[in-house]
Each structure stands twice: as structure tokens, then as C-alpha cells.
Write a protein that binds this ligand. Structure first.
Ligand code: AMP
Length: 188
């Protein structure tokens, strides 16, 4: 990577990092919640995050952007508009009205299910997955598997925040999907 590119990346990381609010012990003791509502409310930071998220793929053809409920909807909708792609919601079980495909995934306590409409993506369409943050990668892993199950070509998974200590990005890369993150925070 050239020095100029490294510097630009560091500047962007600092800029975005300062727009995120960290709340200790939310929603439970020991968790440092990374609150992106302050970034979303800052016009310049929001635009910068949206522009940077899919920057490596913006020059190529992207058919759909898939966003994970709920913060992935806000970012994914803006990214889809930016790259002139369609938007596909990946939702919690029981929210989508038409025929669905679903997948179970593990949470810290128990399991949950996420769903997509079965006709949301045509086989072979080029799709980018978007969410605000990757921690253990369990949520994104399920989303990637669901997208592949209906025949999507998953170009990348993009997140504003990475918690590298939890290993999520590596989990997604093992599925053969490149991961882009803009900011890292130590710990969880
Ligand atoms: P995971 O499946 O462990 O990668 O968790 C990712 C999902 O949980 C994302 O949808 C995040 O929005 C949310 N999440 C996990 N940890 C945090 C955190 N420390 N702060 C904010 N959101 C989080």
C-alpha cells in the first residue's frame, strides 16, 4: 500500500472514529456499545462512511446491496443509492410478507433466524452485504450463507466497525468473501 493511501486511510479512520459514541455496559455489563447514531446524525461523517464502505467495488457492477436489520438498512439503503444498485433487506424472522428463505444462527444465548424474500436476488447477481459492525461474525456469516443459498455472487461484506479481537472478519474471509471495515476498536 502506498504511503499516501495509508495516510488517507488513517485520516478517514480518525475522522469516523470521533463521530462514534461509545457507551460502557450497554446493553449489559462488560459490553462497550458502539453507537453509530452520532455518526448518522453528522452529515459529513455519514456521507464519508457511505462513500468509503464500498469504495473498492464502486467502479464495477453491483446489482444489489443487502442490509442486515436494523442499522444495516440505514447504511445499505444509502450505499445502494450511491452505487445505483437495488436494496435487499435481511430481516429478523416473521417480518417479511412474501415467500422467504431463512437460516438459523447462534446468538450468545440461544439461536435466532434471519430471512430474505426468495425472489429478492436472481441467481448470479452481484451483491454486497452491509452492516454497521462485525463482532464475532455470527450474524454476517449467516447472512452470507443465506445470500449464497439463493445463488447470489457475494462480492464483499462491508462494515463501518470491526472488533478484531472477536475474529469476525476472519470468519467471513474463510467463506471466500472479502471483508472491508473502516474503523477498528480493541476489545468487545
Ligand atoms: P456478531 O454477530 O457477533 O458479529 O454481532 C454483530 C451484530 O451485533 C451487528 O448487527 C451489530 O450491530 C451488533 N453488535 C455486536 N456487538 C456490538 C457492539 N459492541 N456495539 C454495537 N453493536 C454491536
Amino acid at each position: 500500500m502506498s504511503e499516501a493511501l495509508t495516510m488517507a486511510t488513517a485520516a478517514i479512520e480518525n475522522d469516523l472514529k470521533s463521530a462514534i459514541r461509545s457507551i460502557p455496559d450497554y446493553p449489559k455489563p462488560g459490553i462497550m456499545f458502539r453507537d453509530i447514531t452520532t455518526l448518522l446524525g453528522n452529515a459529513r461523517a455519514f456521507r464519508r462512511a457511505v462513500d468509503e464502505l464500498v469504495q473498492p467495488w464502486a467502479g464495477g457492477k453491483i446489482d444489489k446491496v443487502a442490509g442486515i436489520e436494523a442499522r444495516g438498512f440505514i447504511l445499505g439503503g444509502a450505499v445502494a443509492h450511491q452505487v445505483s444498485a437495488g436494496f435487499v433487506p435481511i430481516r429478523k424472522k416473521g417480518k417479511l410478507p412474501f415467500k422467504r428463505v431463512s437460516i438459523g444462527y447462534s446468538l450468545e444465548y440461544g439461536i435466532d433466524e434471519m430471512e430474505m424474500h426468495e425472489d429478492a436476488i436472481a441467481p448470479g447477481e452481484r451483491v454486497i452485504l452491509v452492516d454497521d459492525l462485525i463482532a464475532t461474525g455470527g450474524t454476517a456469516e449467516a447472512a452470507v450463507k443465506l445470500l449464497k443459498q439463493i445463488g447470489a455472487s457475494v462480492l464483499a461484506a462491508c462494515f463501518i466497525i470491526d472488533l478484531p479481537d472477536l475474529g469476525g472478519a476472519k470468519k467471513i474471509e474463510k467463506l471466500g468473501v472479502p471483508v472491508r471495515t473502516l474503523i477498528t476498536f480493541e476489545g468487545h
